[in-house]
Design a protein around this ligand. Structure first.
Ligand SMILES: [Zn+2]
Length: 181
């Protein structure tokens, strides 16, 4: 059995050498010069919505509406359940023809937290990072998101916040909550 294992391992080596020569050439920058434009850092960590276009996702309407200033989600026409995040299928009755409905853009802060040190990789420059749970007015939704508009140590539970769309450096759009003074 050990002999067989050794044989298998050796047999694998040969094709790997072939595939290495056939692999597409990848350019690796050897030296960073002072003139070289800095590429914006692309964060993939905690990126739950990497695709926003209609060719990529059936909830692309959420992003196009958000860009136009409307905060939307889906609701099941059968059981009237308000779904968050926007979905293509009702998790309760499996209906696939869901309605798009506009959500209120104001709410109250249910809870919040601030990250002052130990940021995830690539987010060090963003410290302090403040995030919170927001109860939207008039609907049974408690949403998570980043809080902006006030220093973390001036934010209070119960404070009013509003949805704020913002443009990402890579061309996408997303939302955050702006604390109202
Ligand atoms: Zn349903």
């Amino acid at each position: 059995m050990p002999a067989l294992a050794v044989t298998k391992r050796r047999a694998k080596k040969a094709p790997r050498a072939v595939s290495e020569t056939a692999a597409p050439k990848i350019e690796v920058p050897t030296e960073r010069t002072a003139e070289a434009p800095k590429k914006p850092t692309t964060l993939t960590l905690l990126d739950f919505f990497p695709q926003e276009e209609s060719q990529q996702t059936r909830v692309s309407r959420f992003f196009t509406e958000l860009r136009a200033g409307r905060f939307m989600t889906t609701r099941c026409p059968k059981d009237k359940k308000l779904l968050w995040p926007p979905r293509v299928t009702c998790p309760q009755c499996h209906a696939e023809e869901l309605d798009w409905v506009e959500l209120p853009q104001r709410g109250h802060l249910y809870a919040f937290s601030a990250l002052l040190a130990g940021a995830p990789l690539g987010m060090e420059a963003d410290l302090p990072i403040t995030v919170g749970l927001v109860d939207l007015e008039g609907v049974p939704l408690r949403l998570f998101g980043r809080l902006v508009g006030a220093p973390w140590n001036e934010i209070r539970v119960g404070q009013r916040v509003r949805v704020e769309p913002f443009d990402l450096a890579d061309g996408r759009v997303f939302y955050r909550f702006h604390v109202e003074g």
